[in-house]
Write a protein that binds this ligand. Structure first.
Ligand SMILES: *[C@@H]1O[C@H](CO)[C@@H](O)[C@H](O)[C@H]1NC(C)=O
Ligand SMILES: *[C@@H]1O[C@H](CO)[C@@H](O)[C@H](O)[C@H]1NC(C)=O
Ligand SMILES: *[C@@H]1O[C@H](CO)[C@@H](O)[C@H](O)[C@H]1NC(C)=O
Ligand SMILES: *[C@@H]1O[C@H](CO)[C@@H](O)[C@H](O)[C@H]1NC(C)=O
Ligand SMILES: *[C@@H]1O[C@H](CO)[C@@H](O)[C@H](O)[C@H]1NC(C)=O
Ligand SMILES: *[C@@H]1O[C@H](CO)[C@@H](O)[C@H](O)[C@H]1NC(C)=O
Length: 565
């Protein structure tokens, strides 16, 4: 035992004697670190690539002069120029120096070895991952990396995990081939941390090897050629003398750095057009409302002049297909819309007022019109009377009733004498001895209107002695629609429930004209409301005939009551 130890020490001294670390040329630390999962085997190459036949290689842990043993039974040992951990422990982390030397020279370089644990509950540690960036739609090959020193590429026993869950084969999406996992038609959803694991026997001892690769999927936007989106070969309004800023917007995808575009006016650079008024800006990147990347260049006119209205301001784009788009200035059009609305409102008002006025003064207008323009020279309808007057005549001959006064005195005075109408008043104008029915029938047919005077007390027995006949005639007249009726109400409240149907019908269809007047001088003026109403419903009177009628009517103007039996 003691001799073995002495022997070992001797060997060590011999080595040290031949390699003086101080004399070794130091190449520093290898940039690529070596990660080994705790409990798994890990092999580390000497970062100095030399021919092992012409050099001696030794490994030593940083800060130690002791060489790593070459004994294969050892957990950490050197195999040729390779440092092997079978398996690695967390405490093995650190710097390891690889020294290569021949009889004349010596070189060294250090390697950082990191033995790591997986994250709690995960099958990988994010600091020890490979990674690849893939573009969507492609078929992607995920390689179980860094296995060349351990197995050949044909191993069939690799297990694949995505985010530590076994990859679901079966669909054609995933296919495992050797040490590769093929993902067909990659989408964003396929991005993730893929872990491969395979059993690995070393010198009869079973181990596992696992590697994790983060697959990032990039959806690459289709590259579009830059295009001018403004101006659009249209025009903008600008007042003379005002300031106008015109923007040329070029939409692009990717980097907009080398898009060449500029403003031109009259086939020259805008900068040379009128330096005192027209300025152009350098292009600068902007974004439009829909998120499109734009690059914008301004053309600012400080004061619009007359000649600018005949000038095309052109934006020229050289990149891509090349294009030009222009914008014109135009004088603002006065706002017609406002005045149009005003005109329409005014027209509408005029119409409304006209209609209202007509409604209010319809009667006056019609009467005025009749008086001034319309007169009949001959009565072509062949009728004799302008109106047939019908009223409930009192049976009592002694007392004078308002109805009699109105019909026999007031009506003739106003309509006949003053207005020139010719009336047939039943009870005044029929000839004695005629059959009542014949008189009613004939005269009614020879009349243009039917004036019916009603009063509130006609239910009394004193009245309406001839009501029956009149009613029938009236009814016929209405049904045959030959004669227009004018209903005049003498008393304030007239109860229509006992009235003949035809009178109710007239009241409902045309309304009644109410006599509110006392029998005064004023109520005999044809220009009062009441008489205007009556005259309006009457046919136009014969003009210039009043004088002639005066004579005629004069004989009738004194009311006389003719008794009808
Ligand atoms: C030792 O290595 C150095 C550097 O590669 C080389 O120049 C030299 O010839 C080698 N010496 C021997 C004896 O091989
Ligand atoms: C390696 O070292 C041994 C003993 O220290 C020495 O005999 C041998 O020549 C060396 N080989 C080279 C290539 O320097
Ligand atoms: C992951 O590895 C790093 C070394 O790269 C280590 O510092 C860290 O502690 C590890 N994470 C866990 C959860 O062990
Ligand atoms: C990989 O895992 C880390 C930590 O769990 C996670 O943050 C990351 O998003 C994953 N990578 C992908 C591409 O999903
Ligand atoms: C290798 O991994 C599998 C599955 O993760 C596990 O069942 C097995 O125990 C591991 N083998 C060793 C030697 O750690
Ligand atoms: C042109 O007008 C734009 C927009 O108003 C402004 O941002 C820019 O600074 C102006 N450029 C020059 C040179 O006046």
């Amino acid at each position: 035992m003691k001799s073995v130890l002495v022997f070992s020490i001797c060997i060590m001294f011999a080595s040290l004697a031949s390699v003086n670390a101080e004399e070794c040329l130091d190449y520093g630390v290898e940039a690529r670190w070596s990660y080994i999962l705790e409990g798994q085997p890990g092999f580390v190459h000497c970062p100095l690539k030399v021919d092992p036949l012409s050099y001696n290689v030794t490994w030593s842990e940083n800060g130690s002069t002791v060489h790593v043993t070459a004994e294969r039974q050892s957990r950490i040992y050197r195999d040729g120029s390779m440092l092997r951990f079978v398996p690695a422990r967390l405490g093995d982390s650190g710097y390891y120096s690889c020294v290569v030397w021949n009889s004349t020279g010596c070189f060294k370089r250090r390697v950082k070895v990191i033995v790591f644990k997986n994250h709690e509950g995960l099958c990988y540690n994010t600091t020890a991952r490979f990674s690849s960036i893939e573009s969507a739609k492609a078929d992607v090959k995920v390689v179980c990396a860094d296995l060349t020193d351990y197995v050949d590429g044909n191993t069939e026993q690799i297990q694949w995990y995505k985010e530590c869950e076994p990859v679901k084969f079966g669909s054609s999406k995933f296919v495992a081939v050797g040490i590769n996992l093929i993902i067909h038609n990659v989408t964003k959803a396929d991005a993730g941390n893929y872990t491969c694991e395979l059993p690995y026997n070393y010198d009869g001892k079973p181990f596992n090897l696992s590697r994790t690769k983060e697959v990032i999927v990039k959806v690459i936007k289709e590259q579009k050629l830059p295009v001018i989106i403004y101006p659009k070969n249209d025009s903008v309004e600008a007042e003379l003398g005002s300031q106008v800023n015109l923007a040329c917007n070029v939409a692009y995808s990717g980097k907009g750095g080398n898009i060449a575009f500029w403003w031109s006016i009259n086939d020259m650079f805008a900068e040379d057009y009128d330096r005192n008024r027209v300025l152009t800006d350098e292009p600068f990147p902007t974004t439009s409302e829909d998120g499109t990347s734009l690059i914008t260049r301004y053309l600012n006119i400080s004061e619009v002049k007359k000649e600018d209205y005949e000038t095309k301001f052109v934006c020229n784009l050289q990149t891509g297909i090349g294009a030009t788009k222009y914008v014109l200035l135009k004088r603002p059009v006065p706002n017609f819309q406002g005045s149009l609305i005003a005109i329409f409102v005014a027209l509408a008002l005029v119409i409304v007022i006209t209609i209202l006025t007509y409604k209010l003064f319809k009667i006056d207008i019609v009467l005025w019109h009749r008086q001034n323009f319309l007169y009949r020279t001959s009565k072509e309808d062949g009728k004799i009377y302008d109106a047939y007057v019908m009223f409930p005549k009192s049976r009592n001959k002694e007392s004078v009733y308002p109805t009699d006064t109105f019909v026999l005195k007031v009506l003739p005075e106003v309509l006949e004498r003053q207005c020139g109408y010719k009336l047939f008043i039943f009870g005044r104008d029929e000839l004695p001895g005629e059959a009542i029915a014949d008189v009613i029938d004939e005269t009614m047919n020879q009349s243009r209107r039917l004036i019916i005077v009603v009063t509130g007390i006609q239910s009394s027995d004193d009245f309406f002695e001839d009501a029956f006949e009149q009613q029938i005639a009236l009814y016929d007249a209405l049904v045959s629609n030959k004669v227009k009726a004018i209903l005049i109400e003498l008393e304030k409240i007239v109860d229509y429930t006992n009235m003949p149907e035809s009178i109710k019908y007239i009241k409902q269809k045309q309304g009644v004209i109410k006599w509110r007047g006392e029998f005064t001088d004023r109520s005999l003026l044809p220009n009062t409301r009441f008489w205007k109403n009556v005259r309006y419903r009457m046919p136009p009177a014969q003009r210039f005939s009043s004088r002639r009628l005066d004579f005629q009517v004069g004989t009738f103007s004194t009311p006389h009551i003719i008794k009808v039996t």
